[in-house]
Design a protein around this ligand. Structure first.
Ligand code: FAD
Length: 598
């Protein structure tokens, strides 16, 4: 007899309320196990929700734009009893997991290697991004004999080579150019800047070289053995490294086998590509955009998340006119809308068009330009029906984890169909002596999360009682103004029906912001109504990314409004705005007009 089965969103890491951007099935469709049902898109990545059973779709329980989390029912299937092993019957729901339960050893088919060994070590770290090098250095500092495997010629991974650092080097340049122009309103007029793209690229590269060179030196000082090449597990205690050459990951056939007692997988993530986009030098991902090959007249950013908007800021300051297209109903998803509104207003001058609620459906490369066709997701979209011409297109629709590319199955490590590796609070995979950290274990894909996880994994592997137990992971858009948030957002609190209070200090009342000629921002603290503790905060304004650190500390320390408000902050600084937001919550901020009694 056929039975009805609810297919739910599996474990998607720390993320909740992730918007549905694509629905792949309709009622009546037949699906197989692992077929993609819907695609979700967070501010940093896209992920498919696979079907955990085979059958016919009887009911579709989600719509485009719905924000869904682990456990949300996506479809109800009519399935043959034999095909529902991993799924939950409607009558007796059971949790559906993409991968094996974390920290519980499972018998997955694993390899068994008995051949020669070139290097032996206590700790093997695969991948030298911020997660990997931090894990290797911490392991070595704890006294473990450590090998670090990296396919590229420099350490530092995405963050140092093609991510956080080069983007910030260029954003700094863009900010100085914008600031210089802004000075004309202060009576100081600079000549129009002359841009030498080659020199700017050299400067960016020199920043990368300084940092990655520093890492190589620190690895040496710690006696971490770095092995250059592509690593593939042979079994749960051996990895084969195929040597690479040049600056890329071209292999040269020479292989080495490393035997390890313990391992930390830190193989990171890669750019998500849209299948219908043709190969053309005028179409780039974030790595291509950082190469600064040209400054186009008219540029389209596909994907209105942080990475796209940061790169858009750089190109716009260098002279490009921008369009941005985003599936969701607003840019910079994840941040409270009031913060984003301030950024958007300040940046209106950069954009010709902002198409939200809009899907990109076709891209054609012609000699005279790149033609892009949009489709309205609903009536709120203002996208034109006819294809639009651009000189350059940046595709910034998210990143995918590398879990399926490292031979993890040979080591018995469970990987989800999207390539994520599930871990427990000590960053341990289902194989007890193998840990995983960073982008490969889930959202948010951020360097500071990877580094924190790295320390936990190394310490746990060494035998210490370390756990990943945090109250907040901050996010920052290093745009102008910057937008930063940590802990609970106001929108999230509303969606979850939590009783929260807030204190908002407008920078229009900050002496320092006014003196800087940049008083468009504000600082907001979110408090638990019952305990009075700070549980979240958001800042929009110049330097918000630095200012949010105090909010992070307040959340972690369980500080309340009195702790923050009574802390003497230096005057005149933008940092004062954090203390003043706490005073606003208490109702006695003397830098604002008298507040109504609560
Ligand atoms: P990665 O940095 O991806 O490193 C993984 C490493 O493993 C790579 O070096 C890779 O070559 C290596 N590797 C993979 N497979 C193998 C294999 N089989 N053999 C050998 N080596 C292998 N985050 C922030 O926190 N702040 C920011 O401002 C920020 N800006 C960003 C800007 C851009 C344009 C991009 C793309 C990302 C940005 N990020 C930012 C995200 C950040 O870069 C990542 O979250 C971070 O690099 C993840 O670190 P990781 O160690 O997990 O992996």
């Amino acid at each position: 007899m056929n039975q009805l089965v609810e297919v739910k969103v599996p474990d998607i890491g720390d993320y909740s309320d992730v918007p549905v951007i694509e629905i792949h099935v309709k009622v009546g469709d037949t699906v197989a196990i692992e077929d993609a049902l819907v695609t979700l898109e967070s501010d940093k990545a896209t992920m498919d929700v696979p079907s955990s059973a085979a059958g016919v779709v009887k009911e579709l329980r989600v719509s485009m734009g719905d924000k869904i989390s682990e456990g949300t029912v996506v479809v109800v299937l009519e399935a043959a009893a034999s095909s529902t092993a991993a799924a939950a019957p409607v009558a007796a729901p059971a949790p559906v997991k993409e991968a094996a339960p974390v920290a519980v050893p499972v018998a997955l088919p694993a390899g068994s290697y008995n051949g020669p060994v070139d290097i032996e070590c206590e700790m093997l770290v695969l991948g030298a991004g911020p997660g990997g090098y931090s894990a290797a250095f911490r392991s070595a500092d704890l006294g473990m004999n450590t090998v670090l495997v990296e396919r590229y010629s420099t350490l530092g991974g995405v963050c140092l080579n093609v991510g956080c650092i080069p983007s910030k080097a260029l954003l700094h340049t863009a900010a100085i150019m914008d600031e210089a122009q802004h000075m004309s309103s202060h009576g100081i007029t600079f000549a129009k800047p002359e841009v030498d793209l080659n020199k700017l690229r050299d400067y960016k590269d020199s920043v990368i070289k300084k940092l990655t060179g520093g890492l190589a030196g620190m690895a040496k000082a710690r006696k971490v053995t770095t092995v250059r090449g592509v690593g593939q597990f042979l079994d749960a205690h051996h990895i084969e490294v195929t040597e690479t050459t040049g600056t890329g990951s071209e292999t040269i056939g020479v292989k080495k086998v490393v035997r390890f007692a313990k391992a930390i997988i830190a193989a990171g993530s890669r750019v998500v590509l849209l299948p219908f986009i043709p190969q053309d030098p005028r179409i780039v991902d974030s790595t291509g955009a950082l190469e600064l090959r040209q400054v186009p007249k008219k540029m389209l950013i596909i994907g209105g998340g942080i990475i796209g908007l940061e790169m858009g800021t750089v190109y716009s300051s260098l002279g490009a006119r921008l369009d941005v297209v985003e599936m969701m109903d607003g840019l910079m998803q994840g941040a409270d809308r009031d913060l984003v509104k301030v950024w958007q207003k300040y940046n209106e001058h950069r954009f010709d068009n902002i198409y939200v609620n809009t899907k990109t459906v076709a891209v054609e490369a012609r000699e005279e330009g790149i033609y892009v066709t949009f489709e309205k997701a609903n009536d709120k979209s203002t996208a034109p029906a006819e294809p639009q011409r651009y000189d350059m297109v940046l595709v910034a629709v998210g990143r995918a984890p590398n879990g399926l590319l490292i031979g993890a199955d040979k080591a018995g490590v469970a990987v989800t169909d999207r390539g994520f590796i599930n871990v427990d609070a000590q960053m341990r995979t289902n194989v007890p002596h193998i840990f995983a950290i960073g982008d490969i274990v889930g959202q948010p894909m951020l360097a500071h999360k990877a580094v924190h996880e790295a320390h936990v994994a190394a310490e746990a592997a060494f035998g210490e009682k370390s756990f990943f137990d945090v109250r907040q992971i901050p996010s920052v858009a290093y745009t102008d103004p910057e937008v930063a948030w940590a802990g609970m957002t106001e929108d999230q609190a509303k969606a979850e029906g939590l009783k929260v209070g807030k204190g908002v200090f407008p920078w229009a009342a900050s002496g320092r912001a006014i003196a800087n000629g940049r008083d468009e921002g504000f600082t907001k603290l979110i408090f638990d109504q019952e305990t009075g503790r700070v549980i979240g905060g958001g800042i929009v304004g110049t330097g918000a990314g630095d200012l949010i650190s105090e909010v992070c500390l307040a959340i972690e320390m369980g500080a309340d409004a009195v702790d923050v408000g009574k802390t003497i902050h230096p005057h005149p600084t933008l940092g004062e705005s954090v203390g003043m937001a706490a005073e606003v919550f208490k109702g006695h901020c003397t830098d604002l007009p008298p507040q109504k009694k609560k």
